[in-house]
Design a protein around this ligand. Structure first.
Ligand SMILES: *Cc1c(COP(=O)(O)O)cnc(C)c1O
Length: 418
């Protein structure tokens, strides 16, 4: 790993990576598994006539079993894709097209990833009707609201396992049970949840599930879609036409090295999930305790307990998020979602859960993961607290608030001070 100029930080690489919901570093063991498939084992998994092809196919089938095992599916139910964006598109568009005679109504939520929301928007332009369910202050959808929203023409409910910004975990098992009772298909974007919280497509009544390699210490540009094969047998219209790979659902020559990496990443997650979740929950709590005891006016976004082990999202009132990030450049964190951080729009997820624009602009997402150490968390806590205090010392708003001035009653006169 890179060694930075971290003066006085013994044994620590800076910047410290705390953005594990944006992407994760590749696990060395995953890289090791992949390398032979970039070199001597270069065959096309669809080549049926020789040993090169058979070797590649065998590796792909092994990976398929590894992915399936992590979510308690059958290997035949796994379709390899280029990532979760494609998996979400394939699941939602594939169902909408295949079941259009049955109905055209879809249920989702405003806190979903753009890969789901924008896919739903596209379908709306094509005659589908999408109902966005309400979410509460913690980012949860109430199962009762789903029940009320289901209509005779509802064909699909799509709700994520874990939110990528605020870490909130949906009650997937209850949602799955309801969908089963009502004969509606249930798709879940499990990109953040897979490998972090236990998932079982049987027990949870999941019909379609999206996942991605690079969020679970595997390579970028590879993912999978779980497609239930029995009770019920889910059918999908493909997006890509071509050679009919992946049981006709996803044509295109398989990316064998990446698929091998995804399989290995899933296997490792299965082995380490429990211990990792425990360790990361403790580290996250440690960081939050430090922040919330040493600073006032800080707000935890998302659910206090029902959340991803490695996710902490905090609003630091009176401190602008971008400025704060600059003030603690030894930490690689995110303000809002990586996908929207290019613009200065407040995060749509925070907006949807009712965080006001002012507070949303002060929010930082800390993402902890497999290679995060206790020392790094201690260092991060110290830097955050110092940076927030420094910025607040320079903030007239913070000063006024401390002096008891009700800021919403202040009359702002632009340029008056000049
Ligand atoms: C990262 C992410 C995606 C997109 O995955 P890619 O593999 O990068 O396309 C979709 N949904 C969620 C919840 C994510 O966190």
């Amino acid at each position: 790993m890179r060694r930075g100029p971290g003066e006085g930080i013994a044994n620590m690489n800076v910047p410290i990576y705390l953005d594990y919901q944006a992407t994760t570093p590749l696990d060395e063991r995953v890289l090791g598994a992949m390398l032979p498939y970039f070199r001597e084992k270069f065959g096309n998994a669809a080549s049926r006539n020789h040993a090169f092809g058979w070797e590649a196919e065998k590796a792909v089938e092994n990976a398929r079993a590894q992915v399936a095992a992590l979510i308690h599916a059958e290997p035949k139910e796994i379709v390899f894709t280029s990532g979760a964006t494609e998996s979400d598109n394939l699941a939602i568009k594939g169902v909408a097209e295949m079941y259009r005679e049955k109905g055209r109504h879809i249920l989702s939520a405003p806190t979903e990833h753009k890969a789901v929301i924008d896919t739903c928007k596209r379908l709306e332009q094509q005659g589908c009707e999408v109902t966005m369910l309400p979410v509460d202050r913690t980012g949860l959808v109430a199962v009762g609201d789903i029940e009320k929203a289901i209509r005779p023409d509802t064909i699909l409910v799509t709700l994520m396992v874990a939110n990528n910004e605020i870490g909130t975990l949906h009650p997937v098992e209850e949602i799955g049970r309801l969908c089963k009772e009502r004969g509606v298909l249930f798709h879940t974007d499990a990109t953040q949840g897979v490998g972090k919280v236990p998932l079982d497509v049987e027990r949870m009544g999941i019909d379609l599930l999206s996942l991605s390699g690079h969020k679970i210490y595997g390579p970028k540009g590879v993912g999978a879609l779980y497609v239930r094969r029995r009770k019920p047998r889910v059918r999908l219209s493909p997006i890509l036409d071509g050679g009919g790979h992946e049981r006709g659902m996803r044509s295109g020559t398989l990316n064998v090295p990446a698929i091998v990496g995804l399989g290995k990443a899933c296997e490792l997650c299965g082995e380490e999930l429990d211990a990792e979740a425990k360790r990361l929950t403790a580290l996250r709590e440690k960081l939050w305790r430090r922040i919330s005891t040493e600073l006032d006016e800080v707000h935890l976004n998302g659910h206090p307990t029902r959340r991803l082990p490695g996710n902490l999202n905090v609003s630091f009132a009176y401190v602008e998020g971008e400025g704060l990030m600059m003030g603690m450049s030894e930490l690689a964190v995110s303000s809002g979602s990586a996908c929207t951080s290019a613009s200065l729009e407040p995060s749509y997820v925070l907006k949807a859960i009712g965080v006001g624009d002012d507070l949303a602009h002060t929010s930082i997402r800390f993402g902890l993961g497999r290679f995060t150490t206790e020392e790094e968390v201690e260092f991060a806590g110290e830097r955050v607290v110092a940076a927030v205090k420094r910025l607040r010392d320079m903030s007239p708003l913070y000063e006024m608030a401390k002096e008891g001035v009700a800021l919403d009653q202040v009359r702002w006169t632009p340029n008056a001070e000049h």
